[in-house]
Write a protein that binds this ligand. Structure first.
Ligand SMILES: *Cc1c(COP(=O)(O)O)cnc(C)c1O
Length: 429
């Protein structure tokens, strides 16, 4: 499969080149040249397929023959080595729990898939890649864990100082080996801007920089698996299916929309956001007007200018009326989120962390528009990742899962930087 740059459709590369480059030389995000519907037989038979089989069917057209089938299946097996339970929260409302992986964040899947693709592409070469990742919270930990010890890959993680939780910070600053954490005096958008600038910097060309943010197709595309897994469970109800994704960079929801384009019977999507409401405002008035990010209790979604939104625009030819047939977006305040977390807990006993609660709010709102529908929201992190918010809000004490316990007593190691010049000096040194 070839991919083109969203800045220039004639700028085409292979899957391998797109993964290794991250971003096109002209700054555009890569986008698949074609989307082929999966067969009716696949959907008719999906309940009999394992998650590895479903994932293979979904991803194979995007990889083509660039990774042999047997290797790709092994990559998928290693990527999907944990569960994705769909938990009933109340009548017709389910939580798709994406937090059962090694770092308890949904980004484990994309990070594990991408690291193994890179390792495959580097298998015979003495080449080294440097993976840069800007994180507002969970990406850093998932990438650190997913890439730890992967041959020929150095990982540099940038995170905004003081703006990620203690657990998140430990997950990305304590691993060592090929993983380095840079603590940026700024907000997430500053980290993301530095990463983007580094890709365009001719002085850094020899570093073979690539990105492990969802701008990288190998981080982004495997996220579509979740939607297939949930459909497998919900198909039997035979009702209009509504999906709500708590959204920050809009990679997850964009992968879901790709799944729909492949034929997955999802009736409608909602992108639920916190106060960072660039997309809800766009859908309301047609003006795409990004703002600096605002700090909220769902900090992994504190993104002022969602990097994947251009991919969604591409999917709908940037036509607002086309968007609205498949897709809505709502914004919720921290007060609404906290109120709903308590409500869900009191009424159902389910513990939702802030991102999941934002997803739940959007789902409930959208389901009112669809008679007799069924729906799920993505629960994108384990509540323990946001214990500072969850414990006081619900007046509960959360037990610490083993995946988290293992990083809590490790020593934090990070380097402080404030400007792009600092960052560049670090990369060259
Ligand atoms: C990254 C993240 C999100 C947002 O996902 P996008 O694909 O960037 O929209 C939501 N919740 C959590 C916990 C995350 O880590």
């Amino acid at each position: 499969m070839n991919y083109y740059s969203l800045n220039n459709k004639n700028q085409k590369v292979t899957f391998q080149q797109a993964v290794i480059q991250g971003l096109a030389p002209d700054k555009g995000l890569y986008f698949p040249e074609s989307l082929m519907q999966l067969s009716d037989a696949f959907f008719e038979n999906i309940e009999n397929l394992s998650k590895e089989e479903i994932a293979f069917e979904a991803i194979k057209q995007f990889v083509g023959d660039e990774i042999p089938e047997i290797e790709l299946k092994q990559i998928l097996k290693e990527t999907l080595c944990f569960d994705f339970p769909l938990v009933k929260v109340e009548e017709n409302v389910f939580s798709l729990e994406l937090f059962h992986g090694p770092t308890m964040a949904f980004k484990d899947v994309g990070a594990r898939f991408m690291s193994r693709c890179l390792a495959y592409f580097n298998r015979n070469l003495d080449q080294k890649n440097t993976v840069l990742v800007a994180t507002s919270g969970d990406t850093g930990g998932a990438v650190a864990s997913g890439f730890l010890g992967v041959k020929g890959v150095e990982v540099v993680i940038l995170y905004p100082s003081g703006k990620v939780s203690d657990i998140q910070e430990r997950q990305l600053t304590t691993l060592g080996q090929n993983i380095t954490a840079l603590e940026v005096d700024g907000v997430f958008d500053d980290c993301q801007d530095m990463v983007k600038q580094a890709f365009l910097d001719a002085d850094l060309k020899h570093k073979n920089l690539t990105s492990a943010n969802s701008i990288n197709i190998a981080r982004w595309l495997p996220q579509m698996f979740y939607f297939f897994f949930a459909y497998k469970e919900l198909k039997k109800y035979n009702k209009p299916l509504i999906v709500s994704c708590p959204s920050g960079n809009f990679g997850n929801i964009c992968a879901g929309i790709i799944a729909k384009k492949l034929g997955l019977p999802i009736t409608y999507f909602t992108a639920s956001t916190n106060a960072n409401d660039t997309v809800p405002r766009f859908l309301e008035n047609g003006n795409y007007n990004p703002k600096p990010s605002i700090a909220t209790i769902s900090n992994a979604m504190d993104v002022g200018n969602p990097s994947n939104f251009v991919r969604i625009q591409e999917l709908y030819n940037n036509d607002l009326s086309e968007f609205e047939k498949d897709f809505s977006s709502y914004t919720f305040s921290d007060e609404e989120t906290l109120f709903e977390m308590k409500n869900i807990f009191v009424n159902t006993g389910y513990i939702a962390e802030p991102h999941g609660a934002v997803g739940y709010l959007g789902l409930k709102k959208e389901m009112q528009n669809f008679h007799n529908s069924i729906g799920f929201f993505l629960e994108t992190a384990h509540p323990i990742k946001f214990l500072d918010v969850v414990e006081p809000a619900l007046n509960v004490k959360l037990p610490i899962p083993t995946q988290i316990e293992s990083v809590l007593n490790k020593e934090k190691l990070s380097f402080k930087i404030s400007t792009y010049a600092d960052f560049k000096k670090f990369l060259i040194a």
